[in-house]
Ligand binder design. Structure first.
Ligand SMILES: [Zn+2]
Length: 198
């Protein structure tokens, strides 16, 4: 995976890439790390098996309408196996079968693997999204109870999130594999985003 941000995103960014020095600073610390990456253990049969199983499972779900479904990309089956929630990092492919919960970084990695295997051009996108204080309080307690890092909760009102930019017809789709929907364009529009080439 590249560790450099790719060329400009084909949707208007929520915050211009090059703010003039007098521009107001966002009320959260902009993430500097690259998107989450699952570890592949060298010579680990379980890591290889997990990825083979995911790809085979996706092929088994193939339906005629899936290719044009730019809302879920036919990835609903993932949620019969993976539930959103806290997981510890680093996280390897062979950790997936036993994981009780996985976060948006794991879901983005898994969805990117599957969609790329279908021949779709996929890029990773990091977002900062708005959240309600009640939500962030709930999530913070949940992540802490699981002894997982809650550094994705940037403030009481802003959270780090990982999604995908999927090339499609008629245009690229900003797809959220955690919510299984397109990223909102209205009030739900992200506060910040950065795109990474795979
Ligand atoms: Zn492994």
């Amino acid at each position: 995976m590249s560790t450099e941000p790719s060329a400009a995103i084909s949707m208007p960014p929520a915050v211009p890439a090059a703010d003039p020095p007098w521009a107001p600073r966002p009320p959260f610390r902009v993430p500097t790390r690259p998107p989450a990456a699952l570890t592949t253990h060298q010579d680990c049969a379980a890591c290889a098996d997990t990825r083979s199983w995911l790809l085979a499972r996706d092929r088994a779900e193939a339906t005629p309408g899936r290719a044009t479904d730019a809302t879920t990309f036919g990835l609903g089956w993932l949620f019969r196996h993976l539930r959103w929630g806290p997981n510890r990092w680093p996280f390897a492919w062979c950790d997936l079968p036993d994981a009780t919960h996985v976060d948006c970084g794991v879901l983005a990695c898994v969805a990117a693997l599957v969609l790329a295997e279908r021949g779709l051009r996929v890029e990773r996108v990091q977002l900062v999204e708005r959240a309600a204080a009640e939500e962030t309080a709930l999530w913070r307690a949940r992540w802490r109870a699981a002894r997982c890092s809650d550094d994705w909760l940037l403030t009481d009102h802003a959270v780090y999130h990982e999604v995908l930019l999927v090339a499609g017809e008629p245009g690229p789709v900003l797809f959220d594999p955690t919510e299984l929907r397109q990223v909102g364009q209205g009030r739900d529009r992200p506060l910040w985003m950065r795109q990474w080439a795979l």
